[in-house]
Design a protein around this ligand. Structure first.
Ligand SMILES: [Zn+2]
Length: 251
């Protein structure tokens, strides 16, 4: 894997002694790699990332891994609120409105090599390889539903919920009943919160709830269209929740 060090961004600071435990994926939403590098290296924009990958698969290192790049913004996952300090940010040269509106084979191949390298180097749990839309679901939609998450989980580079037994899902249903949680929305929010999503904005705001659901679908189901029924969605989230519940170590 070849890394290009020709361009550097000054938009970074210290990691606050935080361990690198997340890899966060983005798309640039700009027309070209040249525009994106220029933007990410311009001091006045106050944004950056560690790596950016071009449509032809070139990997540019803009910020040294040991520093805190500014790609996540206000975001959260489980108890982590400072994702910039705890992650490596990877931008992909992609924009839905321009000619770079496909995740090219070369781009994805380079991304896979980079993820394999970083996952091994920092012993990153595949559950922590996430999109910007996962950690900031009310503000961001990247890397979007076209991003090939399936390819990543086939290579053990992303989490894909396993099938759970009927007994396990029945246990969850009993637990909800016991705790008097009846509406599907409340159940979904509890489960998404357990998975890692910040649900605070969704509780009393329907359009925020919709953003959360649409971002969940774009990562795990990859269908943000309405053809996917609510029952199917509920069952999928339940499967995701159960499979995590069965594997997460108890403190
Ligand atoms: Zn982003």
């Amino acid at each position: 894997m070849k890394l290009i060090h020709k361009f550097k961004s000054l938009n970074y600071d210290k990691r606050n002694n935080k361990k690198i435990s997340f890899l966060i994926l983005h798309y640039t939403a700009l027309p070209s790699i040249a525009d994106s590098i220029k933007y990410l290296c311009d001091k006045k924009n106050k944004v950056s990332c560690h790596y950016i990958i071009s449509q032809n698969g070139k990997i540019y290192n803009l910020v040294d891994e040991k520093y805190r790049a500014w790609h996540a913004g206000q975001s959260a996952w489980l108890l982590e609120k400072d994702l910039n300090s705890a992650s490596i940010g990877i931008e992909l040269d992609f924009s839905t409105n321009n000619n770079n509106n496909k995740f090219s084979k070369l781009l994805i191949e380079s991304l896979i090599s980079l993820l394999i390298y970083l996952k091994k180097k920092y012993k990153i749990n595949k559950k922590n390889i996430l999109g910007h839309s996962d950690i900031a679901p009310y503000r961001k939609i990247d890397p979007g539903e076209k991003f090939p998450w399936k390819k990543l989980y086939n290579l053990d580079l992303s989490y894909n919920p396993k099938k759970v037994s009927l007994i396990e899902s029945e246990k969850i249903r009993i637990w909800f009943r016991k705790n008097k949680i009846y509406s599907n929305k409340s159940k979904i929010l509890i489960m998404l919160n357990f998975i890692g999503y910040d649900i605070t904005k969704s509780i009393n705001n329907n359009s925020s709830y919709k953003s959360l659901i649409s971002n969940y679908k774009s990562h795990y189901i990859q269908k943000s269209n309405t053809k996917y029924s609510n029952t199917k969605l509920f069952n999928f989230i339940e499967k995701h929740f159960c499979s995590l519940l069965l594997t997460r170590p108890k403190n």
